[in-house]
Structure formats: structure tokens, C-alpha cells
Design a protein around this ligand. Structure first.
Ligand code: FCB
Length: 430
């Protein structure tokens, strides 16, 4: 893989006198979304869910109807790729049923428009949602879900092989399994069911291996098929390195969420199923007296900043961690990587711009060192339905005004910055 480069520029304009960090040629700059978070009109376990801010996903960004407009926003951003979900519950009404023709045609039209816009889709097969008939049969705790999912993917691969080349099987199995069965945050809201957590991961890893084989066999008219899943990586650390209790909690977090999950999906010869590894990286969680020092645990950003814990509206930011985790995963698994999600939730656009530059600088360093990173997908194209938190977390490059029933979109300042990154294939460090 051709290395990235750094040059000092004497040009005028925004790059004047800064260091320009150039990414490898053909680096895939993209945006990411998920069906339940943007489409609206879904019939899955989230449909009747009310988030902490009172929001629900029944309309969301209405991308179900407005995907052509959303693709125009991608074109304005100048992205070359988009990571998007296909919602299983729209396509099958029962196990082993044929795919719903009109829903398939809608996705086909969407994918065709992306192709016309020269935007490569990375299609996510499972992103925190299931058809109701899967949930009522025990969801991913049941081994019977595996062959049913494999059947669905076999049908989908045959139907979309003329459109899709890059498949992303599961989004963040660790987040999904922990929020559903350990933390009680996602439907079906169970707590402390460690066996269920482990069963979900094992079944998803099994399904991943099987569908990777099927997708690779199906091939694609668009070129060589790429298949992988997306691992969320969080650094778990004690706030005071000397605290034994907090060290223990951090070690448990790391073992359950990072090590166990990676072993199930990529351990031993399992990794030969995947052609790449997707990494979703946001930052870290540090513990003090057993309490996670993050805004989503009820602490204010200001209080945390006073302790030196710099956060967006959800988690602690940790840009140096980007290169640490990419280096670790590249060396450990020797698979090409995509950063399938990174983003910050805040209404402070200066903060988000700094955060993006710091994380991309960190990523650039490790690419220059030789890590094979193929692309970066910003989370998210649009402000959207952020699961248990609703619409209050603003991750979009493009704003959506949810108070207006027309759901108008507007480019944000960060969108302008990202457009420049995509256009120039580089970032400029002050
Ligand atoms: C990730 C999820 C994505 C979104 C971002 C903020 O964990 O994959 O759907 O919620 O976090």
C-alpha cells in the first residue's frame, strides 16, 4: 500500500504555512448511517421505543422517502463512499420467505443512484435491529437465528450482486450484545445476563463466517468482493493508575468487549473469512471509584473537563488512541482496515473540527508508518436518531431540523471542513 505523506506548504489560503498530511491515493472518504437511525417507517424492535429525550424512530430523517436528496448532500460533501444499512425487517416477512419485491426495488434504486453519483456503498447487514419474528423467537440468543440470517443474506447477495461489492456483516456486536443483555439499554432491556451476552456474540460470529463465505462465492459485478464486520473499540482505563478497583473494572471491560469479541470473530483461522476489519473508534472510558467518567453516565462536560477528561456529549475523546488501536489491530490481525465510524456529538462545531483533525492526524501517523487503512467513514451524514438518547446527540455533517415537520437539511461548518478533506485527500495541521 502506498504510504501517506506530509509536506510543508507555502501556498496561500487555508493551508498557508501549515503541514499538509496527504492520505494514500484511492483512500475512500465516506459517511456512515444506519437504517433505523435515518430511514423512518421501520417495523422492528425500535418502532415503539421512546428515547430518553422523548424521541422515537418512526419518522427519523425520513430518508426512506428522501434518499435521493440525501445522496445529493453526499455529492455536495464530495464523498466517494457511503456505509449504509439494509433493513432486514423490510425484506422478509417470515423465516425463509422470499424478499419483498417493492422494498428490494427501493434499495436497488438507492444503490443505482449512488452508482450514478460515483459513491461506493458499503452495505451493513445487521445494525442493532431485527425483524419482529426474530426478536419474538429469542433474537440472537437463539442458535436458530443463524441459519435464518444466512438464508436472508444468500437471497440478498443474489439480488444485489450487480450493485454491491463491499459488505459489512455486523455492526458492533459488542455494543449490541451488551446494551441488550447486560446494560438494559436496548430492547429487550435485560440486565446482567452474561450467558446471553456470550451467546449473542458466538452466534453472530458463526453467522459472520457463514455469510462471508456466501458473499464471496456470490461475487459482485462491481469488482472483487470485500467482507468484514465492524468492531467498536473503546479503551477502558482507570482514572488513577494506582487504583486496584478501577484497574480491575477496566480489565473486565477490555476482556469482555474487546478481547472476547475479537477472538470469536477473528481468532485463529477464523480471520480468513474476512477480507478486512472495520473499526469504529470514538474514544475511551476511564473509571474513578467504579464510576465511568463520561457524560452519558450523568456527569457534565464542564465537570469532566475540570478533571482533564475532554468529552463530546457522550464519551471521552482520545485522539492519540486512534493510532494506538489501528497499530495494534493491524499488527495483530494483518487485515486491511476501514475506519467504519468515527464522529463527535456536539453543537460546538469548533470542538468537532478540532476533534476530527486530531483524530485524522493520529490516523495519518499510523498509515505513514505502514498500516493498511483503506478508508474512513464519518459518523454521520445526518443528525439522526441516536438509539436510547434520541435526537439530542448531534453527530451530523448535515443538520436536520427535527422541530420542523419538513425535516429541512442544512450543511454544517464541519461539513465544509470534511468536504475539503475529501476533495484534497489531505488535512492541513496548523
Ligand atoms: C455507534 C453506532 C452508531 C451510532 C454511533 C454514535 O456505536 O454504531 O449507530 O450510534 O455509535
Amino acid at each position: 500500500m502506498v504510504a501517506a505523506s506530509a509536506t510543508k506548504t507555502a501556498a496561500s489560503g487555508p493551508a498557508a504555512s501549515g503541514i499538509v498530511l496527504t492520505f494514500p491515493p484511492r483512500f475512500l472518504w465516506g459517511v456512515a448511517t444506519a437504517a433505523t437511525q435515518v430511514e423512518g417507517h421501520v417495523l422492528n424492535e425500535w418502532t415503539n421505543f421512546t428515547a430518553r429525550d422523548g424521541g422515537h424512530c418512526r419518522i427519523a430523517c425520513d430518508s426512506y422517502h428522501r434518499y435521493a436528496e440525501d445522496i445529493d448532500w453526499m455529492t455536495q460533501l464530495g464523498v466517494k463512499a457511503c456505509r449504509m444499512g439494509i433493513e432486514w425487517s423490510r425484506l422478509q416477512s417470515a423465516p425463509y420467505a422470499p424478499l419483498n419485491r417493492s422494498e428490494l426495488e427501493r434499495y436497488d434504486d438507492l444503490l443505482g443512484r449512488l452508482q450514478t453519483a460515483v459513491i461506493t456503498p458499503m452495505v451493513v447487514l445487521h445494525h442493532f435491529s431485527n425483524p419482529p419474528w426474530i426478536s419474538s423467537a429469542g433474537g440472537w440468543t437463539s442458535p436458530a437465528t443463524v441459519p435464518v440470517f444466512v438464508d436472508y443474506v444468500t437471497r440478498l447477495a443474489a439480488a444485489l450482486r450487480h450493485r454491491v461489492r463491499i459488505w459489512n456483516t455486523f455492526n458492533e456486536p459488542d455494543t449490541y450484545a451488551s446494551c441488550t443483555y447486560l446494560l438494559g439499554e436496548f430492547p429487550p432491556f435485560h440486565k446482567a445476563r452474561l450467558n446471553s451476552f456470550r451467546a449473542v456474540i458466538r452466534h453472530m460470529a458463526d453467522a459472520h463466517r457463514q455469510v462471508c463465505r456466501i458473499l464471496r462465492q456470490a461475487g459482485s459485478e462491481q469488482g472483487p468482493v470485500e467482507v468484514g464486520f465492524s468492531k467498536n473499540w473503546t479503551f477502558f482505563e482507570p482514572f488513577h493508575p494506582a487504583s486496584l478497583w478501577d484497574r480491575l473494572i477496566a480489565a473486565i471491560g477490555h476482556t469482555a468487549f474487546n478481547r472476547f469479541v475479537l477472538r470469536q470473530f477473528l481468532g485463529g483461522d477464523r480471520k480468513t473469512s474476512s477480507t478486512y476489519l472495520g473499526l469504529n473508534y470514538y474514544g475511551r472510558v476511564r473509571f474513578r471509584n467504579g464510576r465511568p467518567l463520561v457524560p452519558v453516565a450523568g456527569l457534565s462536560r464542564e465537570t469532566l473537563a475540570g478533571m482533564g477528561v475532554i468529552c463530546d456529549d457522550m464519551f471521552e475523546r482520545h485522539p492519540p488512541g486512534m493510532e494506538v488501536v489501528v497499530r495494534h489491530l493491524s499488527r495483530r490481525y494483518r487485515l486491511p482496515l476501514y475506519i467504519t465510524e468515527h464522529g463527535a456529538a456536539s453543537t460546538d462545531e469548533d470542538f468537532r473540527q478540532r476533534d476530527l483533525k486530531e483524530n485524522l492526524t493520529s490516523l495519518h501517523r499510523v498509515i505513514r508508518e505502514g498500516a493498511d487503512v483503506r478508508g474512513f467513514f464519518y459518523w454521520s451524514l445526518l443528525d439522526n436518531f441516536e438509539w436510547q438518547f434520541g435526537y439530542s446527540k448531534k453527530f451530523g455533517l448535515v443538520e436536520v431540523d427535527f422541530a420542523d415537520e419538513k425535516l429541512p437539511r442544512r450543511m454544517k461548518a464541519l461539513g465544509g471542513v470534511y468536504r475539503q478533506v475529501c476533495r484534497e485527500n489531505s488535512i492541513c495541521c496548523p
